[in-house]
Design a protein around this ligand. Sequence first.
Ligand code: NDP
Ligand code: MG
Length: 388
Amino acid sequence: MRSISIFGATGSVGQNTVSIIQHNRNAFDVHAVTGAKNIEKLAEIAVALNAKLAVTSEISRLDDLQSRLKGTGIAVQAGRDALLSAAADPVDWAISAVVGFAGLEVSLKIAENGKTLALANKESLVCGGALLHETCKCAGTTLLPVDSEHSAIFQALNGEDINRVERVILTASGGPFLNSTIEEMAHATPEQAADHPNWSMGQRISIDSASMFNKAMEIIETKELFGISGGKIDVVIHPQSIIHSMVGFKDGAIIAQMGPTDMCGAIGYALYWPVRTDTGVDRLDFSKLSQLDFQPADMDRFPAIAIAHDAMKRGGLAGTVFNAAKEQCLDLFLDRSIGFLDMADLVNETVQSLENFGNCDADSMDKILKSDTWAREYVLKLFKMSNK
Ligand code: NDP
Ligand code: MG
């Protein structure tokens, strides 16, 4: 039996992970499951998986979790320190599926102590790619991608020489605003932006998909994960989301990975790697797949992609600043304080102003945290100035 932990178990990726484990329940010994606000779901998962430990990152919710798990024998803890301590508990496999920047330290703790880190939290690579690789290297931890595009690239690269890669083609569905005008996008509400046509995901990543900030993050994630330069990473709109991404090689061949739009495919690949096992995902039915479409991404309506390339050129702390500004703008958009398109303007201005903070290598958590705080405050300063 393999020992495993699930960080962010109550979220979209987390719950998909739970369902895969339930599909093959006897193969796993579940150590920790964690969440934040959704205590009812966390308790339900802890009981269903017979976990040893349930942790909420929210200290104020400890009593609630304790009362729900009373008499089960499952240990209960709360708070950020408890979360990081659970991440430091050695297990055979742990998934980092906390949302946002909060996931970086969780990933680093797993990397320090775990055998295999299955990484859904893309912010870990965007903000701390070099640090995470170094930590994995020192501890001998295997890092496996869970993001569907990066799982696809990883699968396409299996047995290939990375030096023979000509380009990587990330596919993007185009999200709910693929065919919207710029005026329609300017007035989009959080509800419209979160309404993804193909993928069922958490609210924040769904809105990031609508603005293509998600794809922009994935460009940086590709560079950090595989060491492929930004100039070799293309984005193509593929509305059906059947091809999860592709790798083009020096001989002109392209290897594409296909599957249903179900995160269980990528999560299951990371869970059973290097072996392929049935996780219960649907099979593609080619008799029903009438066509696969492709079109270039519209850089005017989706400026996030160009901002990501700029951040990659700047290097160092630019990834952290890009992500922090994007997270802060998303909060402002969710509050209805700014419009959908304002997010890209504010993120761009913040990345452009990185020199005010001072760029340097993102080689310590201290530097990353400080630049994250600076970028969030900078966005708020710009927002207040524009409202004077
Ligand atoms: P969700 O918002 O659905 O879930 C996030 C999880 O993190 C929940 O368990 C939530 O707890 C927990 N959480 C929230 N804030 C904190 C915090 N401050 N500290 C600790 N835990 C916290 O997110 P997703 O599952 O959609 O995404 C998770 C990560 O995976 C993101 O980085 C995302 O970009 C990435 N990803 C997601 C994909 C998807 O299909 N959803 C695909 C590829 C990558 P609670 O719910 O109890 O509040
Ligand atoms: Mg993705």
